[in-house]
Design a protein around this ligand. Sequence first.
Ligand code: N01
Length: 883
Amino acid sequence: MATQHVRASELAGRDFDVVVVGAGFAGLYMLHRLRSFGFATVVIESADDVGGTWYWNRYPGARCDIESIDYSYSFDSELETEWQWSERYATQPEILRYLGHVADKHDLRRDIRFSTRVESATWDDASSRWHVRTDRGDELRCRFYVMATGCLSLPKTPDIPGFDRFRGETYFTGRWPHEGVDFSGQRVAVIGTGSSGIQSIPLIAQQAAELTVFQRTPNYSRPAYNGPVPAAKKATFDADPAAYRAAARLSLAGVPRERTLVRTFSVSAEERLAKFEEAYASGDLLALSTTFADLGADRAANETVCEFMRDKVRSIVRDPATAEALCPQGHFYGTKRPCIDTNYYETFNLSHVRLVDLRKEPIRTITETGIDTATRSFAFDAIVFATGFDAMTGPIVAVDVRGRNGESLAKKWAEGPKTYLGLMTAGFPNFFMITGPGSPSVLSNMVVSIEQHVDWVTACLDHMRTERLDVVEPTPVAEAGWLQHVNDCADITLYPTANSWYMGANVPGKPRVFLPYVGGVDRYRKTCDEVVNRGYLGFTFDGPGGGRCTDGVVNRLQLDVWTMLDLMQELGLPPIETLSVDHARAFSTMLASDRPPGPEVGDIVDGELPGPAGPLPYRRYRPPTRGPHPIVVYFHGGGWVLGGLDSDDPFCRDLCVKANAVVVSVNYRHAPEARFPAAADDGFAAVRWVAANAETLGGVPGRLAVCGWSAGGNIAAVVCQMARDAGGPRIAGQVLVTPVTDQDLTRASYVANGEGYVLTTALMRWFWDHYADPADRLQPKASPLRAKDLSGLPPALVVTCEFDPLRDEGAAYAEALARAGVDARHLGCRGQIHTSVPAVDVIRSAASAREEIGAALRGFFDAAGGQGQRGTMRATDEASPST
Ligand code: N01
């Protein structure tokens, strides 16, 4: 198909509804959609034909690594039948033909201006228009400016000394000559072992007389097992393509797949290996990283995959030194994009192929004749740069984009991209990005994410037309909230630990921030839909139809909390308050049965201590370090009704390790069998006994703190008041984790969070009803916030969670303590719910809160010294985020 150009004369001075930059998967579909909605649109493309990344990346072996059935458009159902992929993973030429076919079928080329590069785009406030200038001197105006420029389209500028000196041929995988390259008889160097290097190296080796691979970071790669489209997959797809596509849209990565809940160490080593082998044999890029639920977040779990993969390398590559050099070390599986290959490792068994490990001998310089490393000189006829891209932000800031008041986008993003939903950026009205930074994009099947963005943008423009609105822009509040959410999500994964292009770490000088959104295609899509359903939350509109803005932040829950709540909803668990006490206890025990155990401690011993009405069971945890240690007396949660020594076991282990303290977890009497004030009296008796028996328990006399969660936090607070009033024992500090401090169920946090966040108002009422008569609830022993005098109490850390009905009473207690002169600190955990903090290794986003608790306890003990002195009174009231 001969390429047709939109003629310059047709563009000059034209006023379009929309200018789209880029004619790859994104630009083509954007054009099609906009056209079908009647928007006058032109696409500007620097290449001389459609294809985007598939136009440029013509290196030998280039093919997709998401199966072609998935890596294809869904918007045109006829395509499903009229286009049949010849292979499971189609080659670059076939994908390019496919895009050409789509362009032909929908007659897209007539609105594409080829061989033209956009140089600048400037917003004009007065006319509410973008002024777009190209390298051909076109000046055109448009209401909406859309960058569909791709995430990996700007090759990284070579950052190797002497790059210009080489007199032989140089090639870039991302800018491969259309006529192809014949390496026969040549001495060839390939620099880089990312996806492009790993795909091209086996094929270059087939031609070259000598091939030398310069590897800085070995990558994880496994066989693609390419071949015909798998029959089973094709049958599933053909049976109901629409259902298949719908499942893809609501999947984690844009390919239909069940999310597993199984944790790595919850199965035997044999079972684990079998699962890994199965994933390996599948040839599916996503299979291995989704084998277990915690591989993306847990270091030890991830390391099991890393070692599995290293063993595979060792089993293929015959020379042990080369094998070892090819084994990835120092980054977790999946934190740099893994690869699938055809004969990659086998290539290193060929006698004319050698590997140079740049970690041992870095490149010193490129010379006229080859490459000098720190120890050797190599001569080459050709050098292939497979050195990657300035990912995600590079192609966008390559254009001089200027928003309101001439603000430069490159400047705004100097410390990292700031977007709302990866779609727009504040201060740049009517400017959209397709799969921009802060959207799932590169962590997903790109075609699914592209279609979702294109559909969203088109719907937004249509909405504006209907409502007679000219200008749309995200608010700074929404943008800051989204950035926070993107970072929060990344921070509970292992991604930030790697020097990857996801982190911008491959480009010297680029800010180190996590660029895509890791929350998943499904959640992201729901978020974008929610934004629309809430009146375009976080967007401000203006125009003849009137100005409007529903400002706010979407997705304020931490990602792992959100996941857990979704799961609970899916399971349809009964509300606890509808159960009998026995059933409620059995139910909560069952829920706790399959959770991570928490960290290893030195030893754990169960015992009994004398309580006011008989013996009370306790469990003592000793740290793995040499004692004696300070002691924390711990009170579990469960509304005075539920819970026991097992319920908070992982949290106690965590406290023991983080505070480096003996933890004595006390099983006080429960309601309704023993109502108020039994739990408080038991708590106080336990503290007295522990203080008196500190040495026997492995503790240091006088260095004793209390800690409790929820109702346990209530007991801990009350015990401190009782100890003060009784003149001892001395308590070095109190950590109250989302404590009950008052019986008032009408506070704002109850109103806002009383439903949907596990601890509900109804459940809290149920707890109180079982525990205390209404009149008793007002007593300080039940509602410590009601004590007349809070002075002279031990220093405190009060932890509250944003989406907890108990949030405000915890905060009120911290404030009241501080007002009474107590050294009290309030730690507010952003995006967390009542049950987050004790959920060790489940709610990873609360890990920093657990760190702070450990640090606070150590601080209490340090201040107390060996003498059990109270810390000086310091009143602080700060709410810091948990992550
Ligand atoms: O680029 P990369 P890519 N000296 O950045 C090395 C997609 N893609 O083009 O890791 C020496 O991954 C660099 O080393 P290090 C896919 O998403 C998909 O291969 O920075 N070495 C690395 O080894 C992929 O992830 C497909 O230490 C230098 C390599 O060059 C993304 O595009 C195919 C160096 C660059 O690897 C990018 O892949 C191809 C230097 N100065 C690409 N600078 C499929 O669909 C860089 N390197 C299959």
